[in-house]
Design a protein around this ligand. Structure first.
Ligand code: PLP
Length: 438
């Protein structure tokens, strides 16, 4: 029996559908429970909808809200700096301060440019890599998400593990209609976490490969850590063949540590991309990298531009967010709470007799209904019981806990011990109500 109702959201959704395609402005927002929901406000670890339901929020708006909703230092910084103007089509002081701060905390960030989101920063990284190497393709991995542009809108939607074919020569599926056929020729795709296969492929095809792009922790299809030595191996092989190693830190950046996954794992890529948590919900991203690569932008051999780049509110938001992260150092707490929640969910599943896989480093992790004890690549995730996960997510939502539909949980600096215990208790109640357990 649902405790929440969604009547006002349903009315607004019908109105929205008349003028917004599907009623939303991003595809993923359609897949809420029981349909797209309209929100009124958020504060700390909570978000509130038009039906006056209050949720304990583990979606963090798909990642950006690392400090929780409406952090006063972020909102004040945005408001104060916006008083001076919105955007100048010119430089301003906080832009340098932000770049200096990133240069200090992120190992690879010798030189950078700011843009609006992760998708366009990824494309900028590809352009730099092609220009410097004179090669055309990038190598990417199955199940890794790098935005929604044509050349990365593949490799995310296989119907089954069998449909992917062999590891050495994977089948690849478009995620959308309308992609140019040629976009499929821009990349080579491989399963992740198989260093031998990667080494063999690069040895054979390195003359075609400008860049290798990876999420350092694969967060978009399961939450999968790299096998021991895997990132180090990618680093070594890319250096050997003069290929750009790109870390897509759109999720891991400012989340695994202040210096991102590259600091956490001690592996420095040539180029990296940051977005999401960087701006606490304001549209700002960064393409950052070693000077020898980024100097192509400096010299205008590679063009990077954008009318809306580094506007006052976005830069102020990023600076405030990162300064709070640097001074308050919430990382130990985020790992501790994440791990506590993961253990609590595992225990709840055990008590209620469900096969639940709970996997990830802590500040983010995924859950899946499967008998597998661990997954290490996208292919293995394709056998998960998605219908059962949807049922769990829906019931959690009806009980005021909001989680991303594919089973991804984000911990913020605003979550506290009580939030974690509430989520565990609710999960146990929901699991006990679901069939297929004890
Ligand atoms: N890269 C990764 C790892 C992501 O998770 C995302 C978005 O979820 C992107 C790139 C694209 O970023 P954006 O949605 O800001 O364009």
């Amino acid at each position: 029996m649902s405790s929440n109702t969604y009547a006002q959201s349903a009315i607004l959704l019908e109105r929205a559908k008349k003028v917004l395609a599907g009623g939303v402005s991003s595809e993923f927002r359609k897949y809420n429970h029981p349909h797209a929901i309209f929100y009124t406000h958020g504060k700390g670890s909570r978000i509130y909808d038009v039906d006056e339901n209050e949720y304990l929020d583990f979606t963090l708006s798909q990642g950006p809200l690392i400090l929780g909703h409406s952090h006063p230092k972020v909102l004040n910084a945005v408001s104060e700096y916006s008083e001076k103007g919105q955007i100048f089509a010119g430089q301003h002081i906080k832009e340098i301060m932000l770049a200096e701060l990133l240069n200090e905390i992120i190992p690879s960030a010798e030189l950078m440019r700011f843009c609006l989101d992760g998708s366009e920063a990824v494309q900028t990284a590809f352009r730099v890599a092609r220009a410097k190497t004179g090669r055309q393709k990038f190598l990417r991995f199955e199940g890794h998400y790098h935005g929604w542009m044509d050349n990365v809108c593949w490799g995310l939607s296989a119907p089954s593990e069998d449909a992917l074919g062999s590891h050495e020569n994977p089948e690849v599926y478009p995620w959308s209609q309308g992609l140019p056929d040629s976009s499929k020729d821009e990349f080579i795709i491989l399963p992740w976490n198989d260093l031998d296969l990667f080494e063999k492929t690069v040895a054979e095809r390195h003359k075609e490969i400008a860049a290798v792009i990876t999420e350092p922790v694969m967060c978009n299809s399961g939450c999968i850590l790299p096998e021991k030595g895997y990132l180090k191996g990618l680093r070594k092989i890319c250096s050997q063949y003069g290929i750009a190693l790109i870390f897509d830190e759109v999720i891991t950046g400012f989340r695994l540590s202040l210096g991102g996954a590259q600091e956490y794992f001690g592996i420095t890529p040539d180029l990296s991309v940051f977005a999401k948590a960087m701006g606490s919900g304001y549209p700002i991203s960064a393409i950052a990298g070693k000077r020898e690569w980024m100097s192509l932008i400096e010299d205008a051999k590679v063009i990077h531009a954008g009318t809306m780049n580094s506007s006052n509110p976005t830069v102020a938001a990023a600076l405030a967010t990162i300064e709070v992260l640097r001074s308050e150092k919430p990382y130990n707490r985020m790992f501790e709470y994440g791990n506590k929640l993961m253990d609590g969910l595992k225990n709840a599943a055990k008590k209620t007799g469900h096969d639940l896989l709970v996997q990830g480093p802590g500040p983010m992790f995924t859950i899946a209904f499967t008998k597998l004890g661990k997954v290490s690549n996208y292919r293995e995730t394709l056998g998960f019981d998605k219908a059962k996960l949807s049922q769990f997510i829906a019931k959690m939502h009806d009980n005021n806990i909001r989680i991303i539909g594919r089973g991804l949980w984000y911990i913020s600096a605003a979550h506290n011990e009580e939030d974690i215990q509430t989520a565990i208790k609710t999960a146990e109640k929901v699991l006990a109500e679901m069939s297929g357990g004890n």
